[in-house]
Design a protein around this ligand. Structure first.
Ligand SMILES: NC(=O)c1ccc[n+]([C@@H]2O[C@H](COP(=O)([O-])OP(=O)(O)OC[C@H]3O[C@@H](n4cnc5c(N)ncnc54)[C@H](O)[C@@H]3O)[C@@H](O)[C@H]2O)c1
Length: 278
């Protein structure tokens, strides 16, 4: 992996989970990191999202690697907040070279039972929030004729998954967004736009009762152990979880100099779960 010395990476959803690991890996590779997280309440989400304390913990982890960190409390649903976050990053760190649009939520319900709030929250965060993040940096990247845009989609962006119509639609939509942006920025030569599509990753998003019940519906009061047993059966490579660092390595590759002509691509990191995708 090439170094990222002198580069600035802005990561949404950086307080915990995959976003935190991406931040640490970029810092290890030499980048300064701007962290965006701590949204306003997302009404339909039943598990804890990132807190100010976690956001500052991630910043401290970046600084432990000798890099600068900027922690910004902002909500990707708010275009004004994302514009302000990018403006502050450019003001304080001089540029944004890399953006990782990673913030996302997941909830579970068959479409027939889904209320307006659950549908709208998912589209607002996972689809509009990513579009806002990319829109907030695009003019800056086009002006500099340099940029690496990495968007976090999902295996649910490539196949239907019961209980996830809203999530699947949002993550599928991101692939359309990524491919379109890749074409729009291609003439600038130095800008790429790609997506990573993780399988099940061991993060706070996956550690709560609703997830256990969805994956093990036949078990009364299912636990983490039941979820892990089912994930082990789902993955063709015999693992339970991907680790956040498995996703970070793909993200860093897409952000590297070596990947300068990789654009409009979707990179599966899913232990061959993706191999059955249509
Ligand atoms: N964990 C998995 O199994 C898995 C699988 C495939 C894809 N993904 C995707 O990976 C990405 C990262 O998820 P994770 O596993 O780290 O989950 P996570 O819940 O652990 O972390 C997500 C982070 O995004 C932040 N966030 C959510 N809504 C936000 C908003 N409106 N504004 C700003 N920040 C917001 C949260 O506060 C949290 O810190 C998400 O897009 C998710 O959909 C996750």
């Amino acid at each position: 992996m090439s170094g990222f010395d002198g580069r600035v990476a802005l990561i949404t959803g950086g307080a915990h989970g995959q976003g935190r690991e991406h931040a640490v890996q970029f810092a290890k590779a030499g980048a300064d990191v701007v962290l965006v997280d701590v949204p306003e309440k997302v009404a339909s989400v039943p598990y804890p999202l990132g807190t100010p304390e976690e956001l500052h913990e991630t910043a401290a982890l970046v600084e432990e690697h000798g890099r600068r960190a900027l922690a910004i409390e902002a909500d990707v649903r708010r275009m004004d907040q994302m514009n302000a976050a990018v403006a502050r990053a450019v003001d304080e760190f001089g540029a944004v070279d890399i953006v990782v649009a990673n913030a996302g939520i997941v909830t579970y319900r068959p479409l027939s039972d889904m209320d307006d709030q659950m549908w709208q929250d998912t589209i607002d965060v996972n689809l509009t929030g990513v579009a806002n993040t990319v829109r907030a940096v695009l003019a800056h990247m086009l002006e500099r004729r340099y940029g690496r845009i990495v968007v976090t989609s999902s295996q649910a962006g490539r196949r239907g998954v019961p209980n996830l119509a809203h999530y699947s639609a949002s993550k599928w939509g991101l692939i359309g967004l990524v491919k379109t942006v890749a074409l729009e920025v291609a003439p600038a030569l130095g800008i790429t736009c790609n997506a990573v599509l993780p399988g099940a990753v061991d993060t706070p998003m996956m550690h709560h009762d609703e997830v256990y019940a969805v994956f093990a519906p036949d078990v009364p009061s299912p636990s983490l152990a039941d979820l892990e047993e089912r994930l082990g059966q789902l993955n063709p490579m015999p693992i339970t979880w991907l680790e956040p660092s498995d996703i970070s390595h793909a993200v860093l590759h897409l952000a590297s100099e070596e990947a300068r002509y990789v654009s409009g691509a979707t990179i599966d990191v899913a232990a061959a779960f993706n191999a059955n995708n249509p």
